[in-house]
Design a protein around this ligand. Sequence first.
Ligand code: SF4
Length: 252
Amino acid sequence: MSAATETRPPRLAVRVPPRAARSRGIEELRALAEVGARELAGADADGVAQWAADTFAGSLAVACSMSDAVLPHVISQRAPGVDVIFLDTGYHFTDTLVTRDIVAEQLDVRVVDVRPRLTVAQQDATYGKDLFARDPGACCRMRKVEPLAEALTGYEAWATGVRREEGPTRADTPVVTFDETHGLVKINPLAAWTHEEVLSYAARHRVPVNLLASNGYPSIGCEPCTRPVAEGEDPRAGRWAGFAKTECGIHT
Ligand code: SF4
């Protein structure tokens, strides 16, 4: 499995999604987040998805790393055609890009490929080859954090697949919160799920799952920064191994 090169054919997708129908101001969204947090604390994922669809119709985005398509499936059952944001960093495993294409084909969603301003070749030319090996924080900022922030502009809410079980930095993940960094409501319908529950849902509903997930990669990021983990290891132990870094910065 090798990282896809940036010489692959261009995808039929927009670099940054058109502005969604954001009509509410920050304070109104903050108040909605408080209501959601209060009312949905014990709700199941379907209930959370229904609330998200009812409350943010037309202004909801789903983030997906293409480790699996469980979250896009859960949300699209209640919000057909929902935008699914995929951060196409230029460093993904081929299996991840294959999963992305299957999701676009099989699910009732619109996959939006969000790309950095610089291609990998341009980044190499500007900052030196393999910035990820020297300064992964800067690399993630340019290839994930900033493109995501730009892409979320215009939406009122985004849903993520963050789960509490994934590690200490995610142990307190709320189901609904106001995302101060991006200025919109953040919804985590799978917060209480285990890895096994994700795989079980995928099997039950025939939802696409990245082949790497059953080959030692419970958490899948860019190829240069992801290694398989051993039995019993923290699921995210394979991310940025050798660095103190444990998050790419989009879930701060
Ligand atoms: S995960 Fe690695 S390659 Fe991907 S953006 Fe971050 S530092 Fe760069």
